[in-house]
Design a protein around this ligand. Structure first.
Ligand SMILES: *Cc1c(COP(=O)(O)O)cnc(C)c1O
Length: 410
């Protein structure tokens, strides 16, 4: 089995189902029985892999994790209750008071808030660099740096990082390169081949299969030797390449209680089977829509890494194999025009989510960035006259019609 979708569909069950069910059932059960007191002891000592209690592990969730492990060619995968649960448990596992994380200001808002406010109050320092200039990392990395962290495609600036260059610096300084790959997923980007240490992502978006459920994934690609992370030194001695997964499963994830529900794991395992089809379709639609918008006189500019005039076109093409994902932005004359445009739409939905099967539109400045001042928004390249389109998998002609309806209304 080589192909992504074949693996997603035929990826193994951990155990054969008693009824021969071709789909892993939803084990909506809290606890699991043992044959003997000896067995339950071995389970608690971690000497005999088994499920005991669903906050710790669950057969349906495990099946989803194993499918993702196969698809990402990973050393270990942990499914959690949301993308933010993934990000927070990961940093709580590798960073301590007095340490620092190097990142960029172009990050998901809640992630910045988590690093700066939540972990900041416990003594973490956040250092910002421009990921477009990988050489600037050298000036800020020191012995207390616990990770270089970034989103592979930033939202909504649509900056695409050159991972090869960043991974080379990370390797030189023995610091893990951690990627939020929500917008690409393991389908578009083979993070393992680029030397990335860990992928963390919101499976709420593309993977859920049409905005069905909230979830997150931590994927250890096996590229980083965790003995170089002081907080994981003990786990690295005991479990080698499984140090991060051990720390999470035996401490942080278990203690935070941020488990994925079996119902979500079922939906998202189903989502994996069509992930490739959906990303292909939304990428094709996005490119057609980006070109369509470029031709409209009312549209001042279009930003999409799949357009040849994007400064990230070559990097994106190389890294994502000629598909460019489902997110684009465009600018109209001003904010009022953006609002009139949005209000006239009949098919495209006004909503904040990403990578749904439905095409969604948002005015970032007045919504997800509303708490920032105009000056801060400028630094983050959030313009008042910019709209963000998350492109779905509809028949693209219907989206063209709807966009034309919007343009007539401005
Ligand atoms: C949505 C999102 C998150 C957070 O995921 P949740 O599942 O909503 O917790 C993190 N990073 C990126 C890039 C996202 O788009």
């Amino acid at each position: 089995m080589k192909g992504f979708t074949t693996k997603a569909i035929h990826g193994q069950f951990s155990k054969k189902d008693v009824h021969g069910s071709l789909r892993m059932p939803i084990y909506d059960s809290v606890s699991f029985e043992f044959q003997s007191s000896r067995d339950i002891q071995l389970a608690f000592e971690g000497k005999k892999p088994s499920h005991a209690y669903s906050r710790i592990s669950n057969p349906t969730v495990e099946d989803f994790e194993q499918k993702v492990r196969l698809l990402a060619d990973a050393a270990g995968v942990l499914a959690v209750s949301s993308g933010m649960a993934g990000i927070s448990s990961l940093f709580l596992s590798i960073a301590e008071a007095g340490s620092n994380i190097i990142t960029t200001r172009f990050l998901f808002g809640n992630t910045i808030s988590f690093l700066e406010k939540t972990l900041g109050s416990w003594g973490l320092e956040v250092r910002y660099v421009d990921m477009d200039q990988p050489q600037t990392l050298r000036g800020v990395i020191d012995e207390n740096t616990r990770a270089i962290f970034l989103e592979i495609v930033t939202n909504p600036q649509l900056q695409v990082a050159d991972i090869e260059a960043l991974a080379a610096t990370a390797r030189e300084f023995k610091v893990p390169l951690i990627l939020d790959s929500t917008l690409t997923t393991p389908y578009l980007f083979k993070a393992k081949d680029y030397g990335v240490a860990v992928e963390v992502l919101s499976s709420t978006k593309y993977i859920s299969g049409g905005a069905t459920s909230v979830g997150g994934l931590i994927i250890d690609l096996g590229n980083f030797d965790w003995k170089y992370c002081p907080k994981l030194a003990d786990e690295a001695r005991r479990t080698g390449p499984f140090a991060l997964m051990t720390k999470l499963r035996q401490e942080v994830y278990r203690n935070l209680g941020c488990c994925m529900s079996p119902d979500t794991a079922y939906l998202q395992a189903l989502g994996l089977e069509t992930l490739g089809l959906r990303i292909e379709k939304s990428s094709q639609n996005s490119l057609k829509i980006a070109r369509f918008l470029q031709e409209q006189p009312e549209v001042l500019s279009v930003n999409y890494p799949g357009l040849k005039n994007s400064p990230y076109y070559q990097t994106a093409k190389k890294q994502f194999g000629g598909r460019f994902g489902g997110l684009l932005t465009f600018r109209l004359s001003d904010k009022d025009a953006c609002f009139r445009f949005m209000d006239a739409l009949k098919i495209i939905r006004r909503s904040t989510n990403l990578n749904d099967n439905k095409t969604l539109i948002l005015h970032p400045a007045s919504t997800i960035f509303c708490e920032y001042s105009e000056e801060e928004r400028k630094k983050m390249r959030i313009e008042e006259n910019m709209l963000r389109l998350s492109v779905g998998i509809e028949d693209v002609e219907d989206i063209f019609d709807d966009l034309s309806r919007g343009l007539k209304a401005i």
